[in-house]
Design a protein around this ligand. Structure first.
Ligand SMILES: Cc1ncc(COP(=O)(O)O)c(C=O)c1O
Length: 371
């Protein structure tokens, strides 16, 4: 296709998105100066602002400089990275961990590297885009099972005999948990490896914030550092064989600059906070109770045990309008729309940095707008 024709096609696609009210816009985060309360952040434990984490980052910069300077297999892997790896293995009870610059690249690395043409991968329908896209682009055959539907999973395990079955521990847009104990049993019976993407569970669930590891030990776990741990980056936890294979063949690992060692130090500090500062999880629980006590029961807000509180507003235009109204009242709540989710919703996230008064004020505003 010529450049001119392709550019016309791109414009037409963008115009169609705008017409459907689905056009995304880059938002500058100026909440601190605007007095807007942010209810869309994944900083669930408030650790991005914790002194211990910020100080560790600063110390790391003083000790190592700003960047790692190379891929981890060249000279980019420092003692700070090794400390983080050991800490992750102890915390999540797995023998090996491999660090990545982002959860998106870790998921792509994993699926592109492990899956071959003869393999089948089975995923929950609502898995994150990084997983579904990687499965689709991999040489393997991908099937999806109905969201959290264990009978559908069982049927598909028997029919497709997947090498790998993938779920999220806590689903990013619905805030619900996967039935992990039953899933692990079904996968073991079918001789399928189970991978859990714990991006939204780590730090939030478990006595010491260990996420899904509190319930099961999956064959492979992905954890991200940019959400409850308040920093950035990710790790894959696995056994020795998968680790060795990824280390040799995962191109996102080999051919990408390692995360800065200062960042690894900040993540280490964040993990220590997540393990020991139980008050952060207790506060989230208290805010969650406050949210459901104040929100009008006629509002369609499925109850979740996590920090993610979706409010379903299927009409996309109305959903956007409510988000704008809330902004006018001083609350930032993102409207999440198709194609990211099947049904439009406000994705409200609670964090340990919120106060009960802020949560009550948000719910009262929603009650006025929606009831
Ligand atoms: C379930 C899930 N997995 C992976 C990712 C990607 O992680 P990262 O933001 O570190 O790229 C996200 C990010 O939103 C996510 O929600």
């Amino acid at each position: 296709m010529s450049r001119h024709t392709r550019e016309l096609a791109w414009r037409a696609e963008l115009d169609a998105r705008t017409a459907q009210g689905l056009r995304r816009r880059q938002q500058e985060n100026r909440f601190a100066s605007q007095q807007v309360i942010n209810f869309s952040s994944n900083d669930y434990l408030g650790l991005s602002q914790a002194d211990a984490v910020k100080n560790a980052f600063q110390e790391g910069v003083n000790q190592y400089g700003a960047g790692s300077g190379a891929s981890p297999l060249v000279t980019g892997f420092y003692p700070a990275h090794q400390k983080l790896v050991s800490q992750l293995c102890d915390w999540l009870n797995k023998p090996c961990a491999l660090l990545f610059s982002s959860g998106f690249s870790a998921n792509q690395a994993l699926l592109f590297t492990l899956l071959q043409r003869e393999d089948v991968v089975l995923q929950d329908k609502l898995n994150h885009a990084s997983l579904l896209e990687a499965g689709q682009l991999s040489p393997a055959t991908q099937w999806r099972f109905r969201h959290n539907d264990m009978r559908d999973l069982e049927k598909r395990l028997q029919r497709h005999m997947p090498l790998l079955t993938i779920t999220e521990g806590v689903f990013s847009m619905d805030g619900d948990k996967a039935p992990l104990t039953e899933m692990a049993q079904l996968c073991a019976d079918a001789d399928s490896m189970l991978m859990v993407d714990d991006a939204h569970a780590i730090g939030v669930l478990g006595e010491q914030g260990e996420g899904s590891a509190a319930e099961i030990t999956p064959d492979i776990t992905l954890v991200t550092f940019g959400k409850a741990l308040g920093v950035h980056g990710a790790a894959i936890l696995c056994d020795e064989l998968v680790y060795d294979y990824l280390l040799q063949y995962a191109r996102h690992y080999t051919y990408s600059t390692a995360m800065p060692p200062a960042q690894a130090m900040a993540v280490s500090a964040a993990i220590e906070c997540a393990q020991t500062e139980h008050w952060r999880r207790e506060k989230l629980q208290a805010l969650s109770a406050c949210f459901y006590e104040t929100l009008d029961s006629t509002i369609h807000a499925p109850i979740t045990e996590t920090a993610i509180k979706p409010v379903i507003i299927a009409d996309t235009v109305q959903c956007l309008a409510v988000s704008e109204q809330l902004k006018g009242l001083g609350f930032h709540v993102s409207a999440i729309r198709p194609p990211t989710v099947p049904t439009s919703r406000l994705r409200i996230t609670l964090t340990a940095s919120h106060t009960a008064q802020q949560v009550i004020a948000l719910c009262q505003a929603l009650n006025r707008i929606l009831s």
